[in-house]
Write a protein that binds this ligand. Structure first.
Ligand code: UD1
Ligand code: MG
Length: 466
């Protein structure tokens, strides 16, 4: 792939993203709708960049501020199309006078395009020394796509569905909306395009007729139907997401990940999973998550931006965010790791345990029904069932609980932070600990048991009617 990239010249991409996306019926600009977790415009930007685009220009309009915020950090140049007067006008808005070399134009709402799709088009464009190329594909149901009209096999025109005759509508080769052109070709013809069509818009597709009339070298490059897939409705958005999830599962399977039911497995592109790991149905993994090898994720596990080591067992229904779980840990079922939690190797966090901002040492255990927040727990510690760190005080500040190594915490203990418990200390069950506990000490802080003998007096039998 790299060698392919080296062979073709660098090019400039112009991504059209000013449209309103009315059919999405959503207040969010269309190109910001997420496909498998990523705003779709970022997929297109990434595809262009990995295919070798040295400059990416994005034409924005509708929802300008929001779109700008999302794409600004992707090293693109933003251009504004004040009024959406059509695709030709959109391209003109990208300051075409300053363009040089090869230019690729694509739509911001085609999120399934990959660099591997784009590279052959650039190569073919150069090989045939074309002035203008339109990328086409064949579709079973071409719906509203512009139809590719050929005369004796040669490209003759693109006719928009709305302007097409019944016969033209039968053509199943369509315009994918991707074009490659020499910068000079764009500079020459774009200003000549008129808006004489049913929509009264300046159609980019009209550039073809102008170039053909001038006997420029014009070609159709046939691509995969995937590149034509555009998102216009919420239904198409979910189709795109399903496609990306499916593709991700396939690529993980090829690397030795065991996926029990690909249809109900949701793993974003950015996620890494090591070979030999097992993924049960209903697992959702997002963001910059990395999962090691031979790790098992049981049903309905949700993981966001986390690092999970090798040979970890995440049991059913666990929810993990921005945390780190070292190798051989055992988490869940139904555990919650909130941001900034770090589990040392072989730690065990069991059912209905919530950890927030916790450094939890190697081989330590919190088996059941526990809340630890803003805490550091040493190695080989046992946290009994029902333990709570009372980290949030009436002054609305958070305080820390520091627990040393090999501490034994009996069940139903409350630590009222700030607190420090030394190594090897023992906390008696049911204690409310409010003062520091020295190393090796026993701390018990609970009401004393009182026994009143014969408290319940023998009662005479009653004559109850049944
Ligand atoms: C366009 C093509 C059609 C092709 C189809 C592929 C034209 C006239 N038609 O039709 O042949 O089959 O794409 O998807 O080009 N945009 C702007 N500013 C505008 C208008 C559009 O930025 O003033 C952007 C949109 O946000 C979108 C892209 O250009 O990303 C395509 O526009 P759209 O209106 O969806 O064109 P189609 O009708 O799909
Ligand atoms: Mg469209």
């Amino acid at each position: 792939m790299n060698s392919q990239k080296e062979k073709s010249k660098a090019f400039t991409s112009i991504i059209l993203a000013a449209g309103k996306g009315t059919r999405m019926a959503s207040p969010l600009p269309k190109v910001l709708h997420p496909v498998a977790g990523q705003p779709m415009i970022l997929n297109v930007i990434e595809a262009c960049r990995s295919a070798g685009a040295h400059e990416i220009r994005v034409v924005c309009g509708h929802g300008l501020t929001l779109v700008k915020n999302v794409i600004e950090s992707s090293d693109v140049k933003v251009f504004v199309q004040a009024q959406q007067l059509g695709t030709a006008d959109a391209v003109k808005s990208a300051h075409i006078d300053s363009l040089e070399g090869i230019v690729m134009i694509l739509n911001g709402d085609h999120p399934l395009i990959t660099a591997q799709d784009l590279l052959p088009f650039v190569e073919e464009f150069e090989k045939q020394n074309l002035d203008l190329a339109v990328v086409t594909c064949k579709l079973k149901n071409p719906k509203e796509f512009g139809r590719i009209v050929r005369y004796h096999g040669q490209l003759a025109a693109i006719v928009e569905a709305k302007d097409a005759s019944a016969d033209t509508l039968k053509i199943n080769e369509v315009n994918t909306g991707i074009y490659i052109a020499k910068a000079e070709t764009l500079k020459e013809y774009l200003p000549q395009i008129k808006n004489l069509n049913s929509k009264g818009e300046f159609y980019l597709t009209d550039i073809l007729g102008l170039a053909l009339t001038n006997r420029d070298k014009v070609g159709a490059l046939v691509g995969h139907s995937r590149v034509a897939f555009g998102v216009n409705t919420q239904a198409e958005l979910s189709q795109a997401t399903q496609f990306v999830f499916k593709r991700k599962v396939k690529s993980l399977q090829e690397k030795g990940v065991i996926v029990i039911d690909p249809k109900s497995t949701y793993i974003e592109e950015s996620v890494q999973v090591g070979p030999g790991s097992v993924i049960y149905p209903g697992v959702f993994i997002k963001g910059r998550t990395q999962i090691g090898s031979f790790t098992v994720l049981e049903p309905q596990v949700f993981i966001l931006d986390s690092i999970i080591g090798d040979s970890v067992q995440i049991r059913a229904g666990s929810y993990i965010e921005k945390s780190e779980v070292s190798s051989k840990c055992w988490v869940g079922p139904y555990a919650r790791l909130r941001p900034n939690t770090h589990l040392g190797e072989e730690a065990h966090v069991g059912n209905f345990v919530e950890l927030k901002k916790v450094k939890f040492g190697k081989r330590s255990k919190a088996g059941h029904l526990t809340y630890l927040g803003d805490a550091e727990v040493g190695e080989d510690v046992n946290i009994g069932c029902g333990t709570i760190t009372c980290n949030y005080a009436v002054d609305k500040k958070k305080y820390k609980t520091l627990i040393g190594n090999r501490v034994f915490v009996g069940s139903d203990t409350q630590f009222v932070a700030p607190l420090q418990v030394g190594d090897d200390a023992v906390i008696g069950s049911g204690s409310t600990i409010t003062k520091d506990v020295p190393a090796k000490a026993l701390a018990v802080a609970r009401g004393k048991q009182v026994i009143k003998e014969n408290y319940v007096k023998a009662q005479p039998p009653t004559d109850k009617e049944d």
